[in-house]
Design a protein around this ligand. Structure first.
Ligand code: AVJ
Length: 310
């Protein structure tokens, strides 16, 4: 019988085999973002139901003057992630950053977006760093204090303990007198949250189900994707939206030579997206060694833009 050699499995393969072996099956959310997944996420950010992207973008625009005063004018800007074509330029211009340092795990994605930015802002020095900012990471030396940028409520994908550890490590990476501009999604009416994560056009469903296609494609999976449904549920006690893939029949399948079975009604947990009240966000700052400096929100209190000081 042909068995896939577990030794040759990459990070993704290992995470999937481990995750499918848990009593509550679970796969970390960072594996959504293959090429197709990244395209689908782009589409999500333009959905009427998905308020975070446009709300945060508006906040960056409206508070450009405040950012210039509070977020470190003329400093090197370090972004945790490859950067968004609309949000990054807004902060870069607001603080008149001479140098931009995007950090991302995907070299391909990073170089594409760095090249695009260089073209639009020829006077900004762009120094991409390929690396995993959830692991230990050292930046080249820069003169003067740094400003970090962590938009999109990406922090919401981390549990409270992991979020605190991550923000603490950002502080260590950025060094003395740093600032952090961070977007954090707000706790709100569960119906609004569930709609934002289960849109009428089914784009978020396609984004979630793409993970199964990715497993089939990259890990020789035999999963019947049609036998799964997208679910988004708000968990009030934990303050998070959970995304799941729900099996609608009993089934067995193989991944990388290993056999798995699922019962009808059983799920694979694919994402947590934690939400914070403004007070909880400030507690998160202090718990990870940052001092909250400023907080702005939209008229509906949908999304929070924070500036913290080291
Ligand atoms: C990119 C992690 C911030 O949690 O809102 C969007 C990802 N998942 N729709 C989020 C996502 C479903 C998004 N983050």
């Amino acid at each position: 019988m042909l068995e896939t050699d577990t030794d040759v499995l990459d990070d993704f393969g290992e995470a999937v085999l481990n995750g499918l072996s848990l009593p509550q099956k679970a796969i970390p959310a960072r594996y959504f973002y293959d090429r197709r997944g990244s395209e689908l996420f782009e589409e999500i950010t333009r959905l009427p139901e998905y308020y975070p992207t446009r709300t945060e973008t508006d906040l960056l625009r409206v508070h450009a003057g405040d950012l210039a005063r509070l977020a470190g004018y003329g400093r090197t800007l370090v972004e945790f992630g490859a950067g968004s074509a609309t949000k990054t330029p807004l902060l870069l211009t607001a603080i008149a950053a001479p140098t931009y340092v995007p950090i991302d795990i995907s070299g391909e994605f990073l170089n594409d977006s760095a090249a695009a930015l260089k073209k639009r802002y020829p006077t900004v020095q762009v120094l991409p760093v390929i690396g995993d900012f959830t692991k230990s990471l050292v930046l080249p030396r820069f003169s003067g204090p740094l400003t970090g940028f962590f938009p999109g409520s990406t922090i919401g994908n981390f549990g409270h303990r992991a979020a605190t550890d991550l923000l603490r490590s950002f502080r260590a990476i950025l060094g003395e007198n740093a600032r952090l501009v961070i977007g954090i999604d707000t706790r709100k009416n569960p119906r609004l949250l569930e709609t934002a994560y289960d849109d009428a056009c089914g784009v978020t469903a396609a984004f979630n189900l793409n993970l199964l296609h990715r497993i089939n494609r990259e890990l020789g999976g035999t999963i019947a994707v049609d036998a799964f449904e997208h679910r988004a549920v708000w968990h009030d006690g934990l303050g998070r939206i959970e995304m799941h893939l729900l099996a609608n029949m009993d089934m067995t399948f193989r991944v990388a030579g290993q056999r798995f079975s699922m019962r009808a009604g059983e799920t694979i947990h694919t994402e947590n997206s934690y939400k914070y009240t403004p007070e909880e966000a400030r507690l998160l700052a202090r718990a990870s060694g940052w001092e909250p400096l400023a907080f702005w929100t939209d008229p509906h209190n949908c999304f929070g833009l924070h500036v913290w000081a080291a």
